[in-house]
Ligand binder design. Structure first.
Ligand SMILES: [Cu+2]
Length: 271
């Protein structure tokens, strides 16, 4: 019984590591496959690689500290060690070591990830192949594509030349997509798991977000920032498609939009 707690604590690193091993998505190790969603982006493997480096670093430290904890519990339990506890002031060199080591590790991560961060967040593409404006609001994504004149009309609220939609985002495959991300009310977070893109939408700001999808298909778009009671509705299934399919989709949207606009105008004039 006096070793019970050390054995119980030993379960923490064992179950902790086992969970990762079971979840891992690997062809030679297909146990549960609870790992990341499929990566269809150009930069995804860099982000995932970074995740693995940090996972390994923290994993090794986690296992080492847990094993040290278990060993101390096992070795110095109260029943077999009746001597009174002796406290010392501590060890200066040990303190230096456990300050310098984490500091050096953090510095390494900071430098190591710099390029990934710059590519995904700072070096904004100068000539994107496709642009779209997305405005988050409670509780939907408002989407605006440039219309036939090829650019966003910037003055006023509604621009009949631009193409509007809600939640149903369409983007071209193998092309650099630049999203102008805005929010109409509160903080939201624009999250495309398959493209490894996540960016807060901040009221009053227009934030550039870019990605390049390497595969056609339908993927997830969710809001990753709790924005209110119907937060879960701020979602969509973005379609990545060929340029031709996309152009056809946009043309249809524009035709529908013009049709409703003209009926609105007719009904208004009839009244
Ligand atoms: Cu939300």
């Amino acid at each position: 019984m006096n070793k019970f707690w050390s054995i119980l604590f030993l379960l923490v690193p064992i179950i902790g590591v086992a969970l990762f091993l079971f979840a891992l998505d690997d062809q030679n190790w297909p146990l549960l496959n609870y790992w990341f969603p499929d990566d269809v982006s150009e930069y995804g493997h860099i982000i995932d690689g970074l995740f693995m480096v940090i996972l390994w670093l923290t994993g090794v430290v986690f296992v080492a500290t847990e094993l040290a904890l278990v060993w101390f519990l096992w070795r110095y339990d109260g029943k077999t060690n009746r001597d009174p506890v002796k406290f010392t002031h501590g060890s200066h060199s040990l303190e230096v070591v456990w300050t310098v080591l984490p500091a050096a590790t953090l510095l390494f991560i900071a430098i190591y990830q710099m390029n990934a961060w710059a590519d995904t967040k700072i070096r904004r593409p100068e000539n994107p192949d496709f642009e779209v404006e997305i405005t988050a609001r409670r509780f939907e994504w408002r989407i605006r594509y440039p219309g036939p004149n090829g650019k966003f009309d910037e003055v006023g609220e509604l621009h009949p030349d631009d193409i509007y939609d809600v939640n149903d985002l369409h983007v071209p495959v193998d092309a650099t997509v630049l999203v102008h991300l805005k929010s109409k009310d509160v903080l939201h977070s624009f999250f495309l798991p398959n493209l490894r893109v996540k960016q807060d939408a901040v009221p009053g700001m227009k934030i550039p977000v870019w990605f390049k999808a390497r595969q056609t298909g339908e993927f997830d778009l969710v809001c990753a920032g709790l924005c209110g009671r119907r937060h879960y509705q701020v979602s969509g299934r973005p379609t990545v498609q060929t340029r031709d399919e996309l152009d056809a989709h946009l043309k249809k949207l524009l035709d529908d939009q013009r049709a409703t606009q003209s009926t609105q105008i007719t009904t208004e004039s009839e009244e």
